[in-house]
Design a protein around this ligand. Structure first.
Ligand SMILES: Nc1nc2c(c(=O)[nH]1)N[C@H]1C(S)=C(S)[C@@H](COP(=O)(O)O)O[C@H]1N2
Ligand SMILES: [Mo]
Length: 150
């Protein structure tokens, strides 16, 4: 008998376009991959993807832009919470404390893995929450929306 766990990861990119939107009560802004790449670059070393389906992979060095840099650029107000949702409807919530830039292992919108641009199948653009090493429920592939709450 096959057990389909509630969070069997989706291996198939739902679309090709890696752009996403930043949503606030004031409206929505489209962020292309080119614009994301123009923001400051940061690496999160020693990051793991702990999968229920196929075990742990890594450590990887994920490279990209800190979530806080995207917030500062596209929604420079005070927020308590961000909800990051993928194009295939996978979501996680973060508190402002989790995206603060001085965190030891800050949250990243990653587009590189081990020094190379990720393929769309690898998750481009992928949320990396380095402190989450449980079931990879927060390591969201194919980010489609970053929604901010006051
Ligand atoms: N968009 C999206 N991201 C996702 C998932 C998913 O189904 N959709 N599954 C999560 C889970 S439960 C796991 S274990 C990892 C698997 O990552 P991998 O495919 O890179 O191994 O992706 C995480 N991110
Ligand atoms: Mo998982």
């Amino acid at each position: 008998m096959t057990h389909h766990h509630a969070h069997d990861p989706n291996p198939t990119p739902p679309t090709d376009d890696p752009s996403f939107v930043v949503v606030t009560p004031a409206g929505s802004q489209h962020v292309t991959f080119e614009v994301l790449r123009s923001l400051p670059f940061r690496v999160s070393p020693d990051s793991y993807i702990v999968s229920t389906g196929h075990g742990t992979s890594g450590p990887f060095a994920f490279g990209g832009t800190l979530l806080v840099e995207v917030i500062k650029r596209f929604a420079p107000e005070q927020w308590t919470t961000a909800q990051v949702t993928s194009v295939d409807g996978f979501a996680t919530r973060l508190t402002a404390d989790e995206w603060r830039p001085e965190a030891e292992r800050p949250v990243l919108l990653a587009y590189e893995i081990d020094g190379r641009v990720m393929t769309r199948a690898q998750g481009l653009v992928r949320l990396i929450v380095p402190t989450e090493t449980d079931e990879a429920l927060r390591q969201i592939k194919w980010v489609g929306e970053v929604r901010l709450f006051a």
